[in-house]
Design a protein around this ligand. Sequence first.
Ligand SMILES: N[C@@H](CCC[C@H](N)C(=O)O)C(=O)O
Length: 292
Amino acid sequence: MSTRIAFLKGHGTENDFVIIPDPDNTVELPPAAVAALCDRRAGIGGDGLLHVVRSAAHPEARHLADRAEWFMDYRNGDGSVAEMCGNGVRVFARYLQRAGHVGEGDVAVATRGGVKTVHIAKAESGGEITVGMGKARLPEGDVTVSVADRSWPARNVNMGNPHAVAFVTDLSEAGHLYDPPPFSPASAYPDGVNVEFVVDRGPRHVAMRVHERGSGETRSCGTGACAVAVAAARKDGVDPAVTGAPVTYTVDLPGGRLVITERPDGEIEMTGPAVIVAEGEITSEWLETVLA
Ligand SMILES: N[C@@H](CCC[C@H](N)C(=O)O)C(=O)O
């Protein structure tokens, strides 16, 4: 018997996602199914997938159910699991709003990186979505990233997921980011890394490209933009914990603009657009064929 699985498609600054609403956690999504759904030619297409599940119905989030009704079970486009997705959690909140599960204002979302508070602004004030991303960790130690025969020193920044931030003189320097940029030492990122290449655009303003772990080069990465803002601030000699004042960076990405503020207590907020583009149904015959 054929069943149909509802899906939506959304993006945040062109970091795009297949969204699978599944409140009771009944849809099986093995890595091969996620990769097939995210395939841009033979599937729906996306940098990643947002599996929308009630926290109480998911073994990884049950313990968070009293703090956040919904769990973002995030997957990369290759089917791998990641701790956090900054654009994804904003698109996730937009889906909850569209489905009538939440209204404008604050919503708590459980992620593998902890509970995040997402604020949906009123439509009349632009409707942008802000997420409290938590604090950055800056592990000590030199890191190097390479593309083809070029190498750059990079800053190790952890936003719940791992990042290597390399400042370059021109964004074209990194060439084609088809493959994951090799890094050293291997011990810096035992589970792989997202790599950002960054240029200055002016005071508190940078632009970046990113190669995402598990997805390839994408047009935006929210956790990456936060990692870049923190690395840029430290490079500019600014640490809100020392100055006692928040600092805001504008981060331009190929897919749009994100605004990142780091507060004196280390908490980081990211604001940007989040859009639902389409909705439809996946046929179970297709999924079965793909998984056979
Ligand atoms: N696009 C995301 C990050 C998604 C996870 C990342 N690829 C990883 O494996 O850590 C974002 O907006 O933060």
